[in-house]
Design a protein around this ligand. Structure first.
Ligand SMILES: [Zn+2]
Length: 256
């Protein structure tokens, strides 16, 4: 793996959710193999799975992609996230979901094609809403995920259901998770999130009515916190962090 040769491809090489990078968090350059996923137009960027029997080259290491979000630019992280999602999609669509036949990679599109019935399987994005809820001028609702054993409080989030608008999803998830009604649901921004293949759609909303009642399988604690007295909140680079900063400090949602 040399970085001198311009014939080589920049490679996103993943082992599960870990990405191969050097000590400066730079991607390796490799010779393209037949089974690599070509990433953009041309063959200069590829994505590849690293199997456990493969050697990790000297000077390289596997870093969880979640850690890179705070160390890379938004564009760099989004490209890595796209590579991870496309690889996972290809791995999960080796067979036709319509007739069960083995699929083939489409030569030019991101599609897995069934040679028997011609069914095309495309990568799918799962829309997921995330909502920052305020009450009055100085309070924000923060909730602790039941799966999170640490002390971090986050925002209300959940998958959009079939047949539902985004605003309905915001209202339903808030009612389900903390028992509150919200109003003035407004779109803020979005972020691709590769765990596994979500598109996070950020909204802000205002408290309307109700007392907090926790959905205990999902949420272990939730409160309205004063802006000047917050618990530990999500890390910089996450959309939740940008949303909290936006409502408290009026910072723009888009950093670029
Ligand atoms: Zn088929």
């Amino acid at each position: 793996m040399s970085d001198q040769n311009s014939e080589l491809s920049l490679a996103y090489i993943f082992h599960h959710h870990q990405l191969l990078v050097d000590e400066n968090l730079q991607l390796p350059k490799v010779e393209k193999l037949a089974n690599d996923l070509s990433f953009n137009s041309g063959d200069q960027i590829i994505a590849r799975d690293l199997f456990i029997e493969d050697q990790i080259p000297a000077g390289y290491q596997l870093i969880p992609i979640r850690q890179l979000i705070s160390q890379w630019t938004k564009t760099e992280f989004e490209q890595a996230s796209r590579a991870l999602q496309l690889l996972e999609w290809r791995r999960n669509h080796k067979f036709c979901s319509h007739c069960g036949h083995e699929t083939e990679v489409h030569p030019t599109e991101y599609a897995m094609v069934c040679p028997a019935c011609r069914y095309h399987q495309y990568p799918r994005v799962q829309p997921c809403i995330i909502t920052v809820i305020t009450r009055g001028d100085d309070e924000i609702l923060l909730a602790k995920n039941a799966k999170n054993k640490g002390s971090m409080y986050g925002l209300i989030a959940g998958f959009v259901e079939v047949g539902e608008t985004l605003e309905e999803a915001v209202k339903r998830e808030t009612l389900e998770e903390v028992g509150l009604k919200v109003k003035n649901v407004t779109y803020l921004s979005s972020q691709p999130w590769p765990f596994p293949s979500n598109l996070m759609l950020a909204f802000k909303a205002e408290y309307e009515s109700g007392e907090i009642v926790l959905q205990e399988e999902e949420i272990s604690d939730a409160h309205f916190f004063k802006f000047n007295d917050l618990p530990e909140t999500p890390f910089s680079g996450s959309i939740a962090h940008a949303m909290i900063e936006h409502v408290i400090h009026n910072t723009p949602m888009h950093q670029e």
